[in-house]
Design a protein around this ligand. Structure first.
Ligand SMILES: Nc1ncnc2c1ncn2[C@@H]1O[C@H](COP(=O)(O)OP(=O)(O)O)[C@@H](O)[C@H]1O
Ligand SMILES: O=C(CO)[C@@H](O)[C@H](O)COP(=O)(O)O
Length: 581
């Protein structure tokens, strides 16, 4: 296919901007990335992609850095001789919940960009606020309390918006910034999510929000398919509802199709075709479920900066302890999500206090993996050993909503009884496996009602009968951490997966790939053709995924089941302690 159409998918996540170019048959032809810390850390004063105001719990990213990153990633694609002139459509995925505040000059500036100057220099006046709150922000407890109360209870808020109140959700963030910097709010013409912000740069006008990503705001009434008026009023204050509604704009209902053609800035500067279409961009988690034809009972665990656990379901069953979103392409389907702040960076913290890998090793995870794999599940080597459980939160966690800290407990491995705080510190080497087990136990605890006992016999490799415990069918690992064999092994040990654990061969690029697949579907779909139908026909398992673990291993999965209740009790105890202090 040397002259067929190409499609471009982006991923604007916490630490990087990635771009991936594919053909209509979904083959990858090129990719490039900008790493914010490596490429311009000192210039923007960021660490791991963000700036912090620790006193107030604020975490935010400079919008100018993203503008600079977009020009740079396109230059890198060009340098790789990517035929940008063959790209027919663009879509993408972006970190969720972040918000960008446009000034009154934004539309004019976006519509008159000159190709001989950089975006960052020309769009200086396009923003009423130079920063976008990041999903790790935890400055909004007071606003969360008001959101949880507004409709009567956190349960009711979850029924309406798919989630109870969360620090990072955009409604609480807008409410806080509007009160903290009222002049900025007044000077804001429109508010974008990170996904609609990136789409806007390509469109040359402010793009509408996406039907899936809008569910990460605590403002969108999912069953009512509209903005929630009481929640808009809470965010903007009495009398401010109409103004806020106009700043948020209409939400685009169709996840596919074209929102318009690419801005002349990109055609003149990078050689894009003038008729290259811009499809709606979505959140990174909704895009991840588009990176492969996901079936019900399949699970994706995304091991990026955050750890997320994703499933699709036709049943809308919200609960305050997890999130429901509209599916990004398929009306009537939903995405179930658990999200943890203490994902990749927490594992790095544990890794960094271990003895360093041997001189000459090119893998910073070598020792972490060695210790994680040599330790038996829960560190129970003999009948007299107690099971070890831990929580490693260097940031306040989302679920459970526990403050930053580290806790180490033990219990009886047979039934989780006699749960108690560990009476002596255990060696740092032990933490390597315990932190992965802890992250996986939390996911298993909260998703157990969504999985079922597998129907029929397992493959011939197993001698066990058809009666297997309820568990996922396949576990797909994506994101940076999916490259790690020890993490894959422990995730499978705890979560099961009757068909095994797989990693996407594009590893850390899954959401960019999901964005590119979304672009293919958006522009090549026949009338009425769903994403699953189109992508399902073109997707070839071979070469796209790789089996990296057995998943369900009889006996081991049950060992973790025995302590699941104790794990929940440990969280409860720590939560109670925090309430009493
Ligand atoms: N071999 C590895 N083992 C474990 N973790 C890894 C490995 N390689 C990368 N990571 C983790 O992946 C994270 C970045 O993943 P990525 O999906 O690119 O993040 P994001 O999309 O949030 O920017 C890093 O925080 C790093 O800890
Ligand atoms: O807050 C959430 C989901 O609710 C995060 O998953 C963000 O969407 C950021 O993701 P990464 O930067 O880790 O990819």
């Amino acid at each position: 296919m040397t002259d067929g159409p190409l499609y471009l998918g982006f991923d604007l996540s916490t630490q990087q901007l990635k771009a991936i170019v594919i053909q209509s048959d979904l083959q990858v032809v090129s990719d490039a990335k900008v790493d914010f810390d490596q490429d311009f850390g000192s210039k923007y004063g960021i660490k791991k992609g963000v700036q912090l105001n620790e006193v107030e719990g604020e975490v935010f990213a400079p919008v100018a850095m993203w503008l600079e990153a977009l020009d740079l990633v396109l230059q890198r694609l060009e340098a790789k001789k990517t035929p940008l002139g063959r790209i027919h459509g663009i879509s993408g995925s972006c970190q969720q919940h972040g918000s960008v505040y446009w000034s009154r000059e934004a539309e004019t500036l976006l519509g008159t960009l000159q190709p001989d100057k950089d975006l960052v220099d020309q769009l200086k006046g396009a923003f009423s606020h130079p920063f976008a709150p990041n999903w790790q922000d935890h400055s909004t407890q007071a606003e969360c309390d008001q959101f949880d109360d507004k409709l009567g209870s956190p349960e009711r808020l979850a029924e309406v918006t798919g989630s109870s109140a969360h620090h990072r959700f955009t409604g609480t963030q807008i409410m806080r910034l509007g009160r903290k910097i009222p002049d900025m709010y007044a000077a804001t013409s429109q508010v974008s999510l990170v996904s609609s912000f990136l789409a806007s740069l390509f469109l040359g006008t402010v793009a509408p929000m996406d039907i899936s990503d809008v569910c990460g705001m605590n403002l969108w009434d999912i069953p009512g398919n509209n903005w929630s008026e009481p929640l808009l009023e809470l965010t903007a204050g009495k009398g401010g509802m109409a103004e806020l509604r106009s700043k948020l704009g209409e939400v685009r209902q169709d996840g596919g199709g074209s929102m318009g053609c690419i801005s002349s800035y990109f055609t003149a500067r990078y050689g894009f075709r003038p008729d290259c279409g811009i499809a709606p961009f979505t959140g990174d988690n909704p895009a991840t479920i588009l990176a492969l034809p996901l079936r019900p009972l399949d699970v994706i665990v995304s091991l990026g900066t955050s750890t997320t656990f994703l499933m699709i379901t036709p049943v809308y069953k919200p609960d305050p302890s997890y999130h429901f979103f509209n599916h990004p392409t398929t009306p009537g389907q939903y995405m179930f999500m658990l999200c943890y702040k203490n994902g990749g960076l927490a594992r790095e913290k544990v890794r960094d206090v271990l003895p360093p890998p041997p001189a000459g090793s090119s893998d910073p995870w070598e020792n972490f993996n060695k210790y994680a794999l040599q330790m038996p599940p829960l560190d129970v080597a003999s009948a007299s050993d107690r099971a070890k459980l831990g929580l490693y939160f260097y940031l306040p966690e989302i679920v459970p909503n526990i403050r930053a800290g580290t806790w180490r407990y033990t219990c009886n491995p047979a039934d989780g009884t006699a749960l108690a705080e560990a009476d002596a510190p255990w060696p740092v080497e032990t933490d390597a496996r315990v932190i992965i087990e802890s992250q996986a136990l939390s996911m298993r605890l909260r998703s157990q009602k969504l999985v079922e006992a597998p129907a029929g016999d397992r493959s011939s490799s197993s001698s066990s009968s058809s009666i297997l415990p309820a568990q996922p069918r396949r576990i797909y690992l994506v994101g940076g951490g999916s490259l790690n064999p020890a993490i894959a092994r422990v995730m499978g040990d705890v979560l099961g997966g009757v068909d095994g654990v797989y990693k996407l061969d594009v590893g850390g690029n899954a959401c960019a790939l999901g964005g590119a697949y979304k672009a293919v579907w958006a522009f090549e779909r026949a009338p009425g053709e769903t994403f699953d139908e189109l992508i399902g026909r073109r997707w070839k398992e071979e070469g796209a995924i790789q089996k990296v673990g057995d998943g369900y291993r009889a006996g081991i999965f049950e060992q973790y089941g025995n302590v699941l209740g104790a794990f929940g009790d440990m969280e409860e105890r720590i939560l109670k302690e925090a309430r009493n202090t």
